[in-house]
Design a protein. Structure first.
Length: 127
């Protein structure tokens, strides 16, 4: 039997020394004070443990909220990026069509004729 690392022989020695120092008359009063102190320490430690658990739960809740907000922000950024990418693609295609039309008009070709000339060839043909 160990109590806080104290075996039975050590415990008996402590009790005998306490009886000698305190005396038989004050022993019950001292035992009651020790018991009261131990009870207060337990209550205090229980309160501290409860407060720490509450704080940890609050932090976990806040963490989950932030995690959700970050996920929403990431999705919003992804959607916006896709939207901008689509707009850029459409603008590029429109610019390409306009360029082809301008080149075709400059050559006197009909609308919709394919442009088989690259941009570098167009530059070399300029006067």
């Amino acid at each position: 039997m160990d109590f806080l690392g104290i075996g039975l022989p050590e415990l008996i020695v402590i009790l005998v020394l306490t009886l000698i120092v305190v005396g038989p008359r004050r022993l019950p009063e001292t035992a009651a004070q020790v018991a009261r102190t131990i009870r207060q320490i337990r209550q205090y430690s229980t309160g501290v443990t409860r407060e720490l658990n509450d704080a940890v739960k609050e932090l976990e809740r806040e963490y989950e909220e932030l995690k959700g907000e970050l996920k929403e922000a990431r999705e919003e950024i992804r959607r916006e990026t896709q939207s901008v990418g689509g707009e850029l693609t459409a603008a590029t295609e429109e610019a390409e069509r306009t360029l082809r039309q301008s080149v075709a008009d400059a050559r006197g070709e009909k609308d919709g004729a394919p442009l088989n000339t690259s941009a570098s060839e167009l530059k070399s043909e300029e006067p």
